[in-house]
Write a protein that binds this ligand. Structure first.
Ligand SMILES: Cc1cc2nc3c(=O)[nH]c(=O)nc-3n(C[C@H](O)[C@H](O)[C@H](O)COP(=O)(O)OP(=O)(O)OC[C@H]3O[C@@H](n4cnc5c(N)ncnc54)[C@H](O)[C@@H]3O)c2cc1C
Length: 464
């Protein structure tokens, strides 16, 4: 019997597809390399089938079947990942989790939400807002990504400095192992019961199992927000202001410093008049009196670093247009030789400026390179580079792009940074992950071998 016939027997006919249009649609995610291939009409990585489980039992049955037959399984949220994590590198079954989209419970007393992994990000946030809460997780992809994808890539929202990354929000989860066995961890504030099993699945990019649901922290909707724009003279003074804001224990919701080229782009997209200087957007949300105190302190630090105040309008423009720029990629990448990508790295304050200069110098050889510093911590920050370039020809696009990434990743490792702050590894960064982890990678491989001895879970991802 053919694979899709066996799957239809297990799940029913409405939960399986092998139509050409579906196979091609699921042959890529948002990794530019897979987009280059598609624009050259080379759909390189076709799955054998796509399935949409309706309940947990369906997921268990699919995994038991695939494990027995040794067929690759690729968990799939919404395919917004930008590293090739959801690409069916070795064919097999795409398990699209979008039908598992329920909010299971909201716990007001303990401020927790339990939701299924396939729920769309904006729908989850809207439903929480209607009850008076927020999750506080606002990735630019919120309209086109899922809870399971966020957890599996350790995603970061634009307000992560206030609310944390997704790994700071998750309290418990339920996952299915390749054998079909279901593991649930307990929703408690903290435990002292050995290594946290939940974190085996957080950031694992579907290589160890499928996440079915999770319990996450939520917050009452903020009473107040105060946001202003500032213009700094240079990157160093802007970074110093951010460092001192974090060192003081302030918790801004948004703190983003754009370098010169990114400022030009950001000011334009925010509808602001272009002026000399580097844009910093600084905003606080939450309880009214705390926000008033924190914003006063934060804004003062900016002024003390010779920043020119742009006022609240600039801040409010940012809130209104904060996702716009992220949705231009598809349009630009449809051009035959266009290269457009983002590279998000992080380092401690003592390495941050060096890392910025080093990566920028590499990227300047490949096109128009810009960066902003966001997701700040008392110990350091993330740098988010954007590169807009043009390959010498359509055929050379892939080689040009890989060479650029190679040089950037080596620079990041040399300069003491991490190769990814929140996009993850996918299949594309696997070799560099080995360099970053050193002999830690051998341990990761042993864990993978123990949990998934037949190697069915998302093979080829994270270098595994
Ligand atoms: C326009 C745009 C803006 C973006 N902005 C941000 C941003 O601000 N912050 C950010 O962090 N990222 C951002 N991203 C990247 C992307 O949205 C994130 O990586 C997101 O977390 C992926 O979610 P997804 O549901 O689309 O997952 P997918 O792309 O479908 O999958 C990602 C990985 O997770 C695995 N996976 C998915 N669901 C499960 C599950 N239930 N169990 C186990 N494994 C699973 C997949 O196999 C794959 O390895 C952006 C992407 C785009 C296209």
């Amino acid at each position: 019997m053919k694979l899709h016939e066996e799957l239809k027997n297990i799940l029913g006919p409405d939960s399986v597809s092998v139509s050409s249009v579906d196979l091609i649609t699921y042959s890529r995610d948002n990794l530019p390399l897979t987009i280059f291939r598609q624009r050259q009409a080379k759909a390189a990585y076709l799955p054998d089938a796509i399935v949409w489980p309706n309940n947990y039992d369906d997921v268990t049955k699919i995994l038991k079947f695939a494990n027995e037959k040794k067929v690759p399984i690729v968990p799939y949220g919404a395919g917004s990942g930008v590293c090739g994590g959801a690409v069916p590198l070795k064919g097999g079954i795409i398990v699209d989790l979008k039908r598992l989209d329920k909010i299971i419970a909201v716990n007001d007393k303990s401020l927790l939400v339990a939701a299924q992994a396939g729920i769309n990000g904006q729908i989850l946030e809207d439903k929480l807002n209607a009850k008076g809460y927020t999750l506080g997780h606002f990735p630019a992809s919120i309209y086109c990504s899922t809870l399971g994808g966020w957890l599996s890539t350790k995603a970061a929202g634009q307000l992560s400095t206030r609310y944390g990354k997704i790994e700071d929000m998750v309290v418990a989860l339920t996952a299915v192992l390749p054998t079909g066995e279901i593991i649930s961890t307990k929703a408690v504030p903290r435990t002292s019961t050995g290594p946290t099993l939940m974190h085996l699945f957080v950031g694992a990019e579907g290589t160890l199992g499928i996440i079915l649901d999770a319990v996450l922290r939520i917050w009452p909707l903020p009473e107040q927000r105060e946001t202003k724009g500032f213009l700094f003279n240079d990157v160093k003074s802007g970074l110093e202001a951010i460092r001192l804001i974090m060192r003081k224990g302030l918790r801004p919701a948004v703190i983003r410093l754009y370098d010169e080229k990114d400022t030009a782009l950001a000011m334009g997209s925010l509808g602001l008049k272009t002026e000399k200087g580097l844009l910093l957007v600084l905003g606080f949300v939450g309880n009214k009196s705390i926000v008033e105190t924190e914003s006063k302190e934060g804004f003062k630090i900016c002024v003390e670093h010779d920043a020119k105040e742009l006022g609240k309008d600039a801040g409010e423009f940012w809130w209104k247009h904060r996702y716009d720029i992220s949705y231009k990629q598809a349009e630009i990448l449809s051009e035959e030789t266009a290269i457009l990508d983002t590279i998000e790295v992080a380092a401690t304050w003592d390495n941050l400026n060096n890392l910025y200069e080093g990566v920028k110098a590499v990227l300047d050889n490949y096109g128009y390179a810009m960066a902003h510093f966001s997701h700040a911590y008392p110990e350091g920050a993330c740098i988010y580079f954007t590169i807009l370039g043009e390959a010498p020809s359509e055929d050379e696009a892939e080689g040009f792009y890989k060479k650029m990434w190679d040089e950037v990743m080596q620079t990041v490792i040399n300069d003491g940074g991490t190769i990814s702050h929140h996009h993850g590894i996918g299949f594309f960064k696997g070799e560099w992950l080995k360099k970053e982890l050193g002999n830690g990678f051998d341990l990761l491989k042993k864990i993978k071998g123990a949990v998934d001895p037949n190697g069915i879970m998302n093979p080829g991802k994270m270098g595994l």
